[in-house]
Design a protein around this ligand. Structure first.
Ligand SMILES: Nc1ncnc2c1ncn2[C@@H]1O[C@H](COP(=O)(O)OP(=O)(O)OP(=O)(O)O)[C@@H](O)[C@H]1O
Length: 597
């Protein structure tokens, strides 16, 4: 419940006083409705259906007094017209305030979406290392939707509460004993129905876990669809999916059954109470007919409200776990927030003038584990030189680069840029000068041009073609029907691995980076294209700091220095030639293995 209040406060922050306008409006509407009820009674009195002067129904004689000045048939028509005006006015007001309420609710979703998305975008890399992407998508879609629904239900409850209070006041005016009895019965039933709320909450928890598994499964399966199909694993996945869908269906049916059960109880109790009142009123108190009619009217108006309130509480209880998910996510991204740093485009980029240095750097992905991904790394990469990082798989090469980009921070030791410690702000400014091609290059589902604009918003066509030439992909793009305006599929799937690598390389170059980082960036290329790119990189030497991670050691021949990592430690460092002749060194061994192939 505390989490719900957090969101109500957020809603207040978002909507301000506007939030209360529909509430006041609904109060007015319920008062009009109440007055209409008296007017209807007056009308019945006018046509002589009952004795309006008996005082059985309060307020009636006050309404009738001015009407009696008119002839009976005119008074009747006047009453009808007043009733119609009030009815229509009430309907119009109801529409107005409901639309206003809906607008607030939709605006609030937009506000939440933006708040969460921006915060996630500003979270540091460690946040993403810990989170499953499908969980983030799940929270941002279904859970956010449930939170909005919960807030909507809560506002509805508030409105209904106000409406009911007005109705209770009117009912009290008509008959204190009867209203108090109905209220007591309502309270008793609400106490009994608490177990439904608890159960609704449990179904809500289950729904969260199931939709989370659904989203995670879908993401995994579609990402790995090629492996699934090639290894004939479809049936296995369909069975898993069927089982999950059955659980989701069961969860929804159970919740719906629960809601219907509580509605059923209300209906049965309602029938029982109304019979009891009628019996007592007629047999013991000989209540007049007109009052009896009003007993039924009060009851039929008040009791369904209790049922409806109960129903909404259950819906709210079912959506509470979604509030918890969002609050948990909020806690995580707040903890992972990268100080108050301007977005990259608003900061001044920095270049490396002298050198990048690592001083006794240690890094672990999990502070609870004893193994370090990098241990005691000290090295220097001079500005505008080319440094190659080699080592077996899992040696720590990508981790070394992630530390330089500032995606992760050393547990011990420090990274220095021209002697300045790389803190979050410096990392952000440095990233503006970095062209980075990761192992698994990513292209947005959009045109090549749009993909380029994402990296360099002001790039001209000429610059784009120049970058494509650098990456040996200009011919490839020229052959495409729409050239730069060709849409490339999701994650560039319509391109081969090598073609994708070349376009991502072109995108990195387009930024005119001061530091170019290539993490296995040419691994999928044929030797011809690789040679073209090697030449291009060669031409760039001296104008930017180049860091290359490669398993194919022959491509590193031109590097100014080679850094060899093994199990997170720096084991060799020097020129290519020097290391290849170093006796017993890991580099020599790796070279030998590759040459033997
Ligand atoms: N997100 C992560 N969470 C936990 N451990 C990780 C994570 N990423 C990498 N590691 C571990 O850190 C170590 C270094 O990984 P890293 O990716 O830097 O190696 P690498 O030399 O780049 O390997 P490869 O050549 O296969 O890409 C490995 O033992 C790896 O298992």
């Amino acid at each position: 419940m505390a989490n719900l209040l957090i969101y109500i406060r957020k809603l207040h922050r978002y909507a301000g006083l506007k939030l209360y306008v529909p509430l006041v409006g609904i109060m007015i509407i319920s008062m009009i409705e109440g007055t209409g009820f008296f007017l209807l009674a007056a009308m019945l009195g006018l046509i002589g259906l009952f004795d309006a002067s008996s005082g059985a129904i309060p307020f009636i004689s006050t309404i009738l007094e001015p009407l009696r000045k008119f002839p009976a048939e005119h008074a009747f028509v006047i009453t009808l017209v007043i009733f119609l005006v009030m009815w229509t006015g009430q309907a119009l007001l109801y529409r107005y305030f409901t639309v206003m309420n809906d607008r607030i609710s939709h605006g609030f979703v937009k506000y939440l979406r933006l708040e969460i998305y921006e915060s996630i975008m500003r979270a540091n890399w460690s946040f993403f290392l810990k989170k499953r992407r499908s969980d983030l998508i799940h929270t941002m879609t279904s859970e956010l939707h449930r939170v909005n629904y919960g807030v909507y239900v809560f506002l509805g409850l508030l409105l209904m509460g106000l409406f009911t209070i007005v109705q209770i006041v009117i009912a009290l005016w008509l008959s204190v004993e009867l209203t108090v009895t109905i209220l007591l019965c309502g309270i008793a039933l609400a106490l009994y129905s608490r177990k439904f709320l608890k159960q609704s909450r449990a179904y809500g928890d289950q729904a969260t876990a199931l939709t989370q598994a659904y989203m995670a499964g879908m993401t995994d399966h579609f990402n790995g669809i090629k492996e699934i199909k090639s290894n004939l694993m479809e049936q296995q996945h369909v069975s898993w999916f069927r089982m999950l869908c059955e659980k989701m269906e069961r969860n929804s049916v159970q919740f719906s059954r629960l809601q219907n059960r509580s509605t059923l109880y209300h209906k049965i109790v309602s029938g029982f109470l109304i019979s009891l009142f009628m019996f007592i009123s007629v047999v013991f108190y000989q209540v007049p007919a007109e009052k009896l009619v009003f007993i039924i009217v009060i009851f039929s108006r008040l009791w369904p409200r209790f049922a409806s309130i109960q129903n909404r509480w259950e819906q709210l209880a079912q959506s509470l776990p979604a509030f918890n998910s969002l609050i948990e996510l909020e806690k995580d991204y707040k903890a992972a927030k990268v100080a108050e740093i301007q977005l990259a485009s608003q900061t001044e980029n920095i270049c490396v003038e002298r050198a990048i240095e690592y001083q006794n750097v240690y890094y672990r992905y999990d502070a609870n584990q004893k193994d370090y991904a990098l241990q005691d790394i000290s090295l220097r990469m001079p500005a505008n030189s080319m440094t190659a990082i080699v080592g077996k798989s899992g040696a720590g090469k990508s981790t070394l680069v992630d530390l330089l980009i500032g995606l992760i921070e050393p547990e011990k030791g420090q990274v220095l840029i021209d002697g300045m410690p790389l803190d979050a702000e410096l990392a952000m400014r440095l990233r503006g000068s970095v062209g980075y091609v990761p192992q698994d290059p990513f292209l947005f589902h959009s045109t090549i041009r749009e993909n380029f604009y994402a990296a360099a918003p002001h790039a001209t066509d000429e610059e784009m073609w120049e970058a494509l030439r650098f990456a040996a992909s200009d011919e490839l793009i020229r052959q495409l029907h729409h050239g730069l305006d060709t849409v490339i599929g999701e994650r560039g799937i319509r391109l081969s691995g090598g073609e994708r690598q070349r376009i991502v390389l072109a995108r990195a170059i387009l930024r005119k980076p001061a530091i170019l980082i290539l993490d296995e960036a040419t691994s999928a290329l044929d030797s011809e294209n690789e040679a073209i790119i090697q030449e291009s990189i060669e031409r760039m030497r001296g104008s930017m700091t180049i860091i290359v991670i490669a398993h194919r050691l022959s491509t590193l021949r031109h590097a100014d220095q080679v850094i060899v990592l093994d199990k997170g430690r720096l084991v060799q460092q020097g020129g290519y030639k020097q290391l290849s002749t170093e006796m017993g060194g890991l580099f020599g061994q790796l070279l030998e293995i590759q040459e033997a192939k």
